[in-house]
Design a protein around this ligand. Structure first.
Ligand SMILES: Nc1ncnc2c1ncn2[C@@H]1O[C@H](COP(=O)(O)OP(=O)(O)OP(=O)(O)O)[C@@H](O)[C@H]1O
Length: 244
C-alpha cells in the first residue's frame, strides 16, 4: 500500500505539486490521471524517493520514505519516465544486474527472471543487446528489471507511452496479472480510455492538486456524464493536455 499525505514540490515559482494526498491499495490498480504538466511525474518521483518533497509524507507499506528511503525502495518496483537500460548488456543481463544490486540470492535469480521473461512475452529478445531495441522492447525489459526483486508495490510512469496497440494490450494484461497477485499497482497516464479500462480507482490531478479520487463508476455518477471522457473534462474544466 502506498500512501501520500499533503505532498508539495515547487520549482522556482512553479508549484508542480501543491498538496497531493491519496492512497493506492493492495490488490488494486490505481491510476494517476492528469493533463500534461499536471504534476504526475513529480509526484511519482517523490514516491520512489528520487526527489525530496518540500513538505508532506510518503508511506510505503507503512514505512516513511523520509525516515528510511532504502527500505521503501526495497518495497517498490519502479518503471521511471526515463527507461535507461544498459545498451551493451542483453535484456537478461540488464535484469540480472538489477537483481544483484538488490541482493537477490543467486539460487532464486534464474526462476524469477525466467518467470518475468515468460509473463512479459520477451523470450525472443531476452538474449539480444538492448541497443536498438524498439520502444515496446525497452519497456518490457525495464519492467522485468523493476520487478526482479518481487516488490509488493509497483509504480509505472506512463507505461504505454509510445507502444503500439498489441504491446499496449499485452502490458495492460500484465498489470491485471500483477493486481491478481495482490500487489499495489500505481500508474500515471493522460489517456482516459486506458485509465477507465484498467483502474479500480482514479486519482485525477490538475495544476498540482487532486481534483477527484473515485472509482470510474463513481466519477461518471458524480459528474452526471455516462462517458468517462466527458466526466474528466468536466472535472478538469478543460480538454487541454488530455488524450482520448
Ligand atoms: N526539474 C524541474 N525543473 C523545473 N520545472 C519542473 C521540473 N520538473 C517538473 N517541472 C514542472 O512542474 C510541472 C509538473 O510537471 P510534471 O512533469 O510532474 O507533470 P506531468 O503531469 O508528469 O506531465 P506530462 O503528462 O506532460 O508528463 C510542470 O509545469 C513542469 O514544467
Amino acid at each position: 500500500m502506498i500512501e501520500v499525505r499533503d505532498l508539495h514540490k515547487a520549482f522556482g515559482t512553479v508549484k508542480a505539486v501543491d498538496g497531493v494526498s491519496f492512497k493506492a491499495r493492495d490488490g488494486e490498480i490505481t491510476g494517476l490521471l492528469g493533463p500534461n504538466g499536471a504534476g504526475k511525474t513529480t509526484t511519482l518521483r517523490m514516491l520512489y524517493t528520487l526527489m525530496t518533497p518540500d513538505r508532506g509524507q510518503v508511506l510505503v507499506d507503512g514505512i516513511d520514505a523520509a525516515q528510511d528511503a532504502l527500505a521503501v525502495r526495497r518495497e517498490l518496483g519502479v518503471l521511471p519516465d526515463a527507461r535507461g537500460l544498459y545498451k551493451r548488456l542483453t535484456a537478461r543481463e540488464n535484469i540480472d544486474y538489477f537483481a544483484r544490486l538488490h541482493g537477490l540470492p543467486e539460487e532464486l535469480l534464474d526462476s524469477r527472471r525466467e518467470a518475468l521473461v515468460k509473463a512479459l512475452d520477451m523470450a525472443d529478445i531476452a538474449d539480444r543487446r538492448t541497443e536498438g531495441f524498439s520502444q515496446g522492447q525497452r519497456v518490457k525489459t525495464a519492467i522485468a528489471r523493476a520487478l526482479i526483486h518481487d516488490p509488493r508495490n509497483v509504480i509505472l510512469d506512463e507505461p504505454t507511452n509510445g507502444l503500439d496497440v498489441m504491446a499496449t494490450r499485452g502490458l495492460r494484461q500484465f498489470m491485471q496479472h500483477l493486481k491478481s497477485e495482490g500487489r499495489c499497482v500505481l500508474f500515471s497516464s493522460h489517456i482516459m480510455q486506458e485509465v477507465g479500462a484498467l483502474c479500480d480507482r482514479i486519482v485525477v490531478i490538475a495544476n498540482g492538486r487532486v481534483v477527484a479520487d473515485e472509482t470510474p463508476a463513481a466519477l461518471r455518477e458524480q459528474t452526471g456524464e455516462a462517458n468517462l471522457e466527458d466526466a474528466f473534462v468536466k472535472i478538469i474544466g478543460s480538454e487541454e493536455g488530455l488524450a482520448a
